[in-house]
Each structure stands twice: as C-alpha cells, then as structure tokens.
Ligand binder design. Structure first.
Ligand code: 13P
Ligand code: 13P
Ligand code: MG
Ligand code: MG
Length: 387
C-alpha cells in the first residue's frame, strides 16, 4: 500500500554447524525456511530469504508489523528452534549455541539471536543491502559505516549530491553502559571518531539522513558474552543499509569494504584479523576458523517483496581486497599468541590468565633493589618430585 511503512527484519543465530564452526548445514536452512514459508502463507510476513554466512543462520524478512514486533520475533525464534532440532538430529557442532533460553518471552533480544530491523516508507525504487559477518563483532561495522556516511573520499555523493550534502546523524551505543548518543556528521565528526575507534565498546547502531531523519542504516548490537555473563559464541553481526536517491549509491556502500580492516573475533573470538568480503560460495570459515568474512546481499524492496538477491561481493572487483586480506591474515598469524593478534585480556572470549595467575601467586616474589636470582631445581620450584 503506498505510504504504508514496510519493515525489514534480519534475525540471525548460530544453531549449530558442520565441521566445527565452519558452515551452516543446508537441512537446518530448509527447516527454518519451512517455518517462514508457513508464516508467509498465513500473511504474517510478506516475503523472506534464508541464507547463511559461516555458521550463522540468517533470516531476512519483510512485513508490515514494525520493528520489535513480538509475532515476528516469535516466528524467528520458532524457525531457530526447528532448525536446532535438525542440528541436534544431525549431531551438528554446538547445536543450539545461540538459543540461550528454552522459552520465548516476547522479544528475541537478550535470548541469543542478533537483530537488525528498520521500518520506512518504500521509495519508488528501494535498493537495500543486507550485510552479514561471521567471526567478528558488531563494532566491525564502525569503520565501513563511517566511510559510507561520513567520508567524502569514499562517498562522492556527500560532496556532489545535494540531498546528502547536509550529512548524517550517527546513533552510537555504549554496549557496556547500555547508553546511546546521537552525533552529527560532519560537525561532530571528531567526536564520532573518538568513540567508534573503540569498536568493542562503542557501536554504531543507526544512521539517519540529517535533512529529513530518514533511516539509512542499522546494525545488530547484541553482545552474547555480556548477555550470558560467559562465553556463548561471538556476537557475529548483521547490518541493513539503504542506498541510492539521496543516500550513498550501492557502489559507494560497497567501496567501504574494499579495505580489509582488522576486526576482533576470528579463532575462539579472541583474535584480530582482516575482514574479508566474499560471495556466498565462500561464506565458510577455514583458516584459523576464518579469516572473518562478510557477505553483502542486495535487494530491491517492491510492494514489500524482497526482489533478489544480488551476491555483491561475488565479483573480481574484490579479488585484490581478498588477496590483501590473505596477506594480512598471514602477517597477523605469525604473531601466534602475542597481542595485537591475540586480543587484549579484557576482550578475550577464552582465557587461562586468571588460572595461571592464581597458580603462580605464591611464586611471584617482590622484585626490589638487591634481588638476586637463585636458580632452583624443578622440585624446589613446584614442590613436586620426579622419579
Ligand atoms: P544512474 O544514473 O545509473 O542511476 O547512477 C547514478 C549513481 O548513483 C551511480 O553511482
Ligand atoms: P562462532 O561465534 O562463529 O560460533 O565461532 C566461535 C569460535 O570459537 C570460532 O573459533
Ligand atoms: Mg559457531
Ligand atoms: Mg558464527
């Protein structure tokens, strides 16, 4: 209906995968698709596309129920539940990983799945790109989103398109404090950068066009490690970006991923590595469970229908980005367990540091002037004797 607001919801979860954290099994996608097909038949959703990146099962849906709608969230929850049953039957790895609760309570936020949703009045032509990344965190979108919506060296339209020339409003979430702030670009660009340069804490949540408040981008921001209070899988993120007609062109949006920047995640959610843009055929994790990858699917939304997708990174134009990512991956890997390849102690998903410190507590001696090293035998050091 013209003038009516359509909603696009991208809801994702890792409900189990083949060969470790490598890749979603097609039968689990089928199980989720059946649930969504039924909902489409009943008229709850207008259209859907089920896909994956690495071990993350992705539900892309359009409907007229608005964001944070309990029926839509319950639908996604049920799709993940059905997919989990299949994952358990097949003995997939970490089956049900991201479903932290047994019962649905009105909203999937906080239960494990990641969510990005936006609602808008469809333009006469409505290009939308859904980005999905594996083995990284929501803050991984900070750098490319900044380039798309604030950097004229990336986005020519900021300078030459009168409809974008006023700039954009960045909504930034402090994931530790649960607080959100709106900042204007270009006026407050340095403040924006002061925050989003710490992507593990400050995450771009939404971007709006300044002239009319039109929504342009949204990122999932669930932090599973904080939600559950323990490691339950890295919060592999999704984002939705609208393009063209007073927003960055699709080519400007994609250009922001031509530089494979370092992101947190990769092996055991505890390492920095380059973000590699790939087509769906390469949306699988291998080397050191990575390197972290991102897929971009382009759609036109027409009368609420998802038309597409176009697999946007499945293109030789990104070959050199991938090659550079490979070189960076090699360089970072050579650091082994050393920072900055390994994340800092406060950000690691897995760590033995507290246990090591506890074990060594009594063996740490004050180091002061006059300290003389004494070389001791193993049994004196550890109190153990070896035959
Ligand atoms: P068209 O003139 O083909 O619509 O393209 C405009 C544009 O945005 C190219 O980046
Ligand atoms: P996922 O968060 O993608 O399940 O990966 C976990 C992991 O430990 C990879 O090494
Ligand atoms: Mg996994
Ligand atoms: Mg994953």
């Amino acid at each position: 209906m013209p003038g009516e607001k359509v909603t696009i919801s991208v809801i994702k979860a890792d409900i189990g995968s083949i060969a470790g954290h490598h890749k979603v099994h097609p039968d689990t996608m089928l199980a989720a698709s059946r649930v969504l097909a039924e909902a489409k038949k009943k008229g709850l959703i207008k259209s859907f596309y089920v896909t994956h990146v690495g071990d993350d099962l992705e539900l892309i849906m359009t409907h007229y129920k608005g964001v944070d709608n309990p029926e839509i969230h319950e639908l996604a929850w049920n799709a993940f539940k059905e997919a989990t049953k299949v994952a358990k039957d097949l003995g997939l790895y970490a089956a049900g990983q991201d479903l932290l609760s047994d019962a649905f309570s009105g909203n999937v936020r906080g239960l494990g799945p990641g969510v990005a949703e936006m609602e808008f009045v469809e333009r006469p032509a409505e290009p939308v790109i859904v980005f999905m990344a594996d083995k990284t965190e929501p803050g991984a979108f900070n750098l490319p989103l900044f380039k798309m919506f604030a950097d004229p060296f990336n986005t020519a339209g900021l300078v030459i398109d009168p409809r974008m020339h006023e700039g954009f409003i960045f909504e930034i979430l402090d994931v530790y404090e649960g607080k959100i702030v709106q900042l204007k670009s270009p006026e407050e660009m340095y403040d924006i950068l002061a925050l989003i340069g710490t992507p593990g804490r400050y995450v771009i949540k939404r971007i709006y066009r300044k002239t009319d408040g039109e929504i342009a981008a949204v990122v999932s921001s669930e932090r599973l490690n904080l939600i559950a209070g323990k490691y339950v899988g890295k919060d592999d993120p999704v984002a939705i970006v609208r393009a063209q007609s007073g927003l960055p062109a699709v080519g400007e949006v994609l250009e922001a991923f031509s530089f494979p920047h370092l992101v947190a995640g990769w092996m055991r959610g505890s390492h920095h590595g380059p973000l590699m843009p790939v087509g769906l055929k390469d949306a699988k994790m291998t080397r050191f469970d990575g390197p972290p990858r991102i897929v971009g699917l382009g759609f036109q939304i027409h009368n609420g229908e998802l038309i597409g997708p176009a697999d946007l990174f499945d293109d030789p134009a990104f070959d050199e980005t991938r090659r550079l990512a490979q070189i960076i991956a090699e360089y970072m890997r050579r650091h082994g367990p050393f920072m900055p390849h390994r994340l800092g102690p406060e950000e690691m998903e897995y760590t033995t540091l507290p246990a090591v410190l506890k074990k060594l507590h009594d063996r740490f001696k004050p180091y002061e002037m006059g300290y003389k090293p004494v070389i001791k035998h193993t049994e004196e050091l550890t109190g153990e004797t070896h035959e």
